[in-house]
Design a protein around this ligand. Structure first.
Ligand SMILES: *[C@@H]1O[C@H](CO)[C@@H](O)[C@H](O)[C@H]1NC(C)=O
Ligand SMILES: *[C@@H]1O[C@H](CO)[C@@H](O)[C@H](O)[C@H]1NC(C)=O
Length: 423
């Protein structure tokens, strides 16, 4: 303490010298009756300055002596560092906060980010949409540590199954993991295939980690089929609600299996196209979309219960990914610069409710990635007109890097934690 007071004394005398010199200087330039007033107010300022620096020194010395009384900011940081409590809190309840350390990769340097989702390369100018971090209400998502994650995923097979939003998550996962791979040639699609919208299978091999990250396109999860004979003319094709997709046998041999479905369960993609539900031998012409979806999920659940080796495979199901179509027919798309402050009801989805309900009744543990609420805020993060087809604006898919990276940060933290299935 003596030392710090010596420093104080020293700077005090320095300041006094400076003050005197400054006063003599001001005496020379300030003439008339103002002179006295100016020098007095300068003296007052110096005294206030000295008092403030003394106060600051005292406060610093106090925290030096009693380090446990830290300012709140420091304490919060410590909590953030040590918490790894994803399994104990609802990570899907929270808010987006600005974070300059994002994004986690550059899509132009990732060969598996498809051109249609690389919004910056397609002309988007604002970048703020890339700089948001999801902050769960009662915990933190562990900071993305690619080396640790790659180490733990050695020898594993991760399989994504679903529609194009599943493909986005698959692309995001590969781009995230590739940031930890020095020689990018070590990562390649096993058949040399390029990403295409209707391709049924893409498998990426991380050869130096003996790791596979696969994607199977199965938009309904159950089996599409031709119209049965003697069906009414309007029936052009069917979705077989009682039969899982015939490529499902290829999903079984996996360590992590991540499903989604939802965006194809709409009248425009089904009934308007002449596609109706079928169960067993019979057409279900009167069956609505939500009943059809629930029925297909029950088929999926039964398949999981009988086909999946619980000792090896961890199963996840992602809920509906909020879209931001606006207008009377919900068919126009305006991507905002910042996230919405309110979810405007888009945090709820009947599709998500059905998924949560069906999974709850299963005996095989399935972790629900309930991404609907977090996406509801992100009116700023869609592809919009910055896709490979700007004439068709898109408020369903997301720019990469972006929101699907957050799904993966949460997914990875659950995959790598022992009790990660309890959410
Ligand atoms: C991403 O990478 C491309 C190609 O290397 C580069 O031109 C661009 O400036 C990078 N973008 C950012 C945001 O760093
Ligand atoms: C899973 O592990 C349990 C306990 O170790 C064992 O009893 C069971 O037979 C295993 N099941 C399978 C399908 O391997």
């Amino acid at each position: 303490m003596a030392g710090s007071f010596e420093v104080e004394q020293y700077s005090l005398s320095k300041l006094r010298q400076f003050h005197e010199r400054f006063l003599s200087f001001s005496n020379k330039i300030v003439k008339g009756h103002c002179k006295l007033w100016v020098s007095e107010s300068i003296s007052a300022l110096v005294v206030i300055g000295l008092f403030l620096s003394f106060l600051l020194a005292t406060v610093c010395a106090y925290f030096y002596v009693f380090p446990r009384y830290q300012p709140a900011a420091v304490r919060t940081y410590r909590v953030h560092e040590s918490s790894n409590s994803v399994g104990k809190c609802n990570v899907f309840e929270g808010k987006w906060i600005p974070d300059e350390s994002y994004p986690l990769y550059n899509a132009s340097q990732c060969p598996f980010a498809e051109p249609g989702f690389n919004c910056l390369a397609n002309g988007r100018r604002d970048r703020g949409y890339q700089k948001w971090r999801w902050k769960p209400k009662n915990c933190d998502i562990p900071k993305f540590n690619v080396q640790e994650i790659l180490g733990k995923l050695h020898g594993k097979r991760i399989v994504f199954v679903g529609d194009s939003l599943s493909r986005t998550q698959w692309e995001s996962m590969i781009c995230l993991l590739m940031t930890g791979v020095e020689d990018k040639r070590d990562v390649y699609e096993i058949n040399g295939n390029k990403i295409a919208k209707k391709i049924r299978f893409l498998g990426v091999w991380f050869s130096s980690f003996n790791l596979r990250v696969d994607f199977y396109r199965s938009v309904f999860l159950v089996q599409p089929g031709p119209a049965p004979r003697r069906a009414p003319k309007r029936v052009k094709s069917t979705v077989r609600l009682d039969k899982l997709d015939d490529i499902s046998k290829e999903w079984i041999d996996s360590d992590f299996l991540i499903f989604n479905s939802g965006h194809w369960w709409t009248p425009t993609k089904l009934f308007d196209m002449g596609c109706y539900f079928q169960s067993g031998g019979s057409l279900k012409l009167g069956m609505g979309i939500t009943s059809g979806f629930r029925s297909s999920l029950k088929t999926w659940a039964a398949w999981v219960e009988t086909s999946i080796n619980r000792n090896r495979t961890r199963v996840f199901f992602r809920t509906f990914e909020s879209s931001h179509w606006i207008g009377r027919n919900r068919n126009s798309c305006k991507v905002t610069r910042r996230p919405w402050l309110k979810t405007k009801g888009r945090d709820r989805s009947r599709i998500s409710d059905i998924i949560i309900d069906v999974v709850k009744k299963m005996t095989t543990p399935v972790a629900v990635l309930h991404v609907t609420p977090m996406g509801a805020f992100r009116s700023d993060a869609h592809v919009g007109a910055w896709s490979d087809n700007p004439s068709v604006p898109d408020c369903s898919h997301w720019c990469l890097p972006g929101v699907p990276d957050t799904w993966n940060e949460i997914l990875l933290s659950m995959m790598l934690s022992k009790n990660g299935l309890t959410t």
